[in-house]
Each structure stands twice: as structure tokens, then as C-alpha cells.
Design a protein around this ligand. Structure first.
Ligand code: TTP
Ligand code: MG
Ligand code: MG
Length: 351
């Protein structure tokens, strides 16, 4: 496998940091976001808390009643999810302006893996890129995050966790294998308390480190855990071959237009159609996309919908081609009918 560079980004104490940003009086206070503590009788859990709260042992998932017992003087705030989602979207937009969306795998509201193999050539450059992302987010959203960079997803995430909060850290596979030796086996993604118990029973030892788990042979691991045993075997040695799974990018770009009044006027129809082509073309240019197929859509006054399409395989094309090919397709659809047109559409399938 070719050497890869993977960046992991995770916002610091995300929900609580947003609350601090919006309410400056919260700075220096113990801030806990989660269920209503109801003076210690609340039944929900802590969603997250700031680092001051963490210094008292408060953590995500802890019963809110317990958090109240430890720090009754903390500021308890409800979860304003709608707002946090919109902040999350703004942050991903900032990241997408720096790295191509197809290399980004969003894994949660405040976290993503990014394949930066094609952007950087060394860890030094990786750090520069990471710092650029960090400062853009700070500048535009006034929020801090932490970044880990390595040669695979697992080590990038471990590097990120080690650098928290507001840090940046790079780890090579060689360094990574040594670093993780003394870590708990639950550091490996996919090893939770249940799997940990299996390992403990098998090795007859508690609080297993990754070094302990390395004593198990590959075949034994597969017998113990099943299919995943083989990847855990790699993980214990700092390896992780999983790839970045980006969200599917739109496979086509298109526009549709419904006439105010059903139309039979060719001048009006063609003029609207050309405007749609121009707008699609602009988007294609901006995103530097090639075209595979163009599709023309027509819905008549009786609501019946027809389409015509033409296939290409063009990475580069001259500006006129969308007009040259699109307009005859449209004419083809409307020429042999007396029916008025309700809607026209133009779409290109992206290569
Ligand atoms: P995390 O990234 O796990 O935690 P965090 O951002 O609060 O703190 P840090 O990364 O600095 O350690 O989770 C992101 C958000 O998801 C968190 O702010 C609140 C929410 N969350 C819950 O609601 N419940 C949970 O159990 C966890 C872990 C997170
Ligand atoms: Mg976070
Ligand atoms: Mg997270």
C-alpha cells in the first residue's frame, strides 16, 4: 500500500465551547452541558463539559446527578442541538474550502478524517496544513480544535487525543507502534468493554495493554474475536488499512424551471433554457467537473414528463457544447406536439 497521510480533526469540548463563545460570562466557570440536574434528582447524563469541569472528574456520559454531587456550583446548561448542528455545518464548510470534499469523512458532529496524501509530502507540511485549518476555524468561528496526523486513521485519532485540547500532533507508524504499546487495548477503535473482557479472560490478566495483546497470534485472535481479529492484529502493531469514506458527492448538476403560465412560445422557452444551461455551466467550471451525459427534461400541460439524453465522456469541453447539444434535444422534445409546456429542465451527469 502506498504511503498515506491522514489527518484527524476534533473540536475541543464542542457543545460547551460553543456555549462559552456565546456567553462570555461562562469563561472560567465550570460548564456542564446535558440533562437538567434538578438539584441532584435529574435522571439524564452529561453530554459534555469544559476542561475546568473535567479537572473535577466530570465527563461525557456521567449521570447528571453524579455531576451535580461533585460540582453543585457548576453552570448546568441544556443541550441546544439545533444550534450545535448549524455550527458544525459552518465548520465543515471552512474545512471543505481548504481540502476537497471527496477526501473528507465526517464521523460525528465535531469530527472528521481527511485524506491529505495528495496535498502534502511530509509531516512538516502536514503540520502546516493542520495549523492553517486550525487558524481558519478560530478566525471564522472563534472555536478551537485539535488535529492529529499520521499514516492511517487509527494513529491519526490517537495523535489527536494525545494533543487535546487546542493542539496538533504528528505520529509516524514507527513511532506509533511504540507509543501505543503502553496504552489500554480499548484505545483501539472497535474494542469496547465487552471485547476487552474477552481478551482479559483469554490472557487471564486485567487492565491489558496493547503490548499484552500482541502476545496473541493472528490465528488465535481470529478464533477468539472472529473476522475482526485480523484487523485488530494489525492495529496492535500501529497499522490500519481502512480508507476514507467520503459522503457521496452529487453525481449530477441540474436546474428546472416551471413557467408562470404554461407556454408554447419558442422564444420564451429557449431563452429560459439558455439561462439554465449558463447556470449549470458556471457550476461545472467552478468545480472543474467533466461531463458524462446531458439530460433535457420537459413536462407538458397534462403533467406528462419526457426526457432526452445524450452521452459523452469529456474531461474538457468547449463552452458551446452544452448549448450545441442541449438545444436540439429540447427542440426534439417539443417540436412534434401542440401541447403547452409546464416545466423544462437541464441536467448534466458528472464524470
Ligand atoms: P467529543 O468530541 O467526544 O467530546 P468534546 O468535543 O465535548 O470534547 P473533546 O473532543 O475536547 O474531548 O464529542 C463531541 C460532542 O458530542 C460533545 O461536545 C457533546 C456530544 N457528546 C454527547 O452528547 N454525549 C457523549 O457521550 C459524547 C462522548 C459526546
Ligand atoms: Mg470533540
Ligand atoms: Mg468528537
Amino acid at each position: 500500500m502506498k504511503k498515506r497521510f491522514i489527518l484527524h480533526i476534533d473540536m475541543d469540548y464542542f457543545f460547551a465551547q460553543i456555549e462559552e463563545r456565546e456567553n462570555s460570562w461562562l469563561k472560567d466557570k465550570i460548564v456542564i452541558v446535558g440533562a437538567n440536574p434538578k438539584k441532584g434528582k435529574g435522571r439524564g447524563v452529561v453530554s459534555t463539559c469544559n476542561y475546568k469541569a473535567r479537572s473535577y472528574g466530570i465527563m461525557s456520559g456521567m449521570p447528571i446527578s453524579k455531576a451535580y454531587k461533585i460540582t453543585p456550583h457548576a453552570i448546568f446548561l441544556p443541550v441546544n442541538m439545533k444550534h450545535y448542528i448549524s455550527v458544525s455545518m459552518s465548520i465543515f464548510k471552512i474545512v471543505e474550502a481548504i481540502v476537497d470534499k471527496k477526501n473528507i469523512e465526517e464521523v460525528s458532529i465535531d469530527e472528521a478524517y481527511i485524506n491529505i496524501t495528495n496535498i502534502i509530502k511530509s509531516f512538516k507540511e502536514g503540520k502546516e496544513l493542520g495549523n492553517e485549518i486550525k487558524s481558519k476555524i478560530l478566525e471564522k468561528e472563534k472555536l478551537t480544535c485539535t488535529i492529529g496526523i499520521s499514516e492511517n486513521k487509527m494513529l491519526a485519532k490517537i495523535a489527536c487525543n494525545m494533543a487535546k485540547p487546542n493542539g496538533i500532533k504528528t505520529i509516524s507508524i514507527r513511532e506509533g507502534e511504540k507509543i501505543i504499546n503502553k496504552m489500554k487495548i480499548t484505545t483501539i477503535p472497535g474494542i469496547g468493554p465487552k471485547t476487552e473482557k474477552k481478551f482479559e479472560k483469554y490472557l487471564n490478566k486485567k487492565n491489558l495493554t496493547i503490548k499484552d495483546a500482541k502476545k496473541i497470534k493472528k490465528q488465535e485472535l481470529i478464533a477468539l474475536i472472529g473476522k475482526k481479529g485480523s484487523s485488530f492484529y494489525d492495529n496492535f502493531r500501529g497499522k490500519d488499512f481502512t480508507s476514507i469514506k467520503s459522503k457521496k458527492i452529487a453525481k449530477s448538476i441540474g436546474k428546472e424551471y416551471t413557467f408562470q403560465k404554461d407556454s408554447k412560445n419558442p422564444k420564451e422557452i429557449i431563452s429560459v433554457f439558455k439561462k439554465m444551461i449558463a447556470s449549470v455551466e458556471k457550476e461545472l467550471m467552478q468545480k472543474k467537473l467533466g461531463i458524462k451525459t446531458i439530460v433535457v427534461i420537459c413536462r407538458f400541460e397534462n403533467f406528462k414528463k419526457y426526457t432526452k439524453q445524450k452521452k459523452f465522456h469529456l474531461n474538457h469541453y468547449d463552452r458551446e457544447i452544452l448549448y450545441k447539444e442541449g438545444i436540439p434535444l429540447l427542440l426534439n422534445l417539443i417540436i412534434n406536439t401542440n401541447k403547452k409546456i409546464r416545466l423544462i429542465g437541464f441536467r448534466v451527469i458528472i464524470k
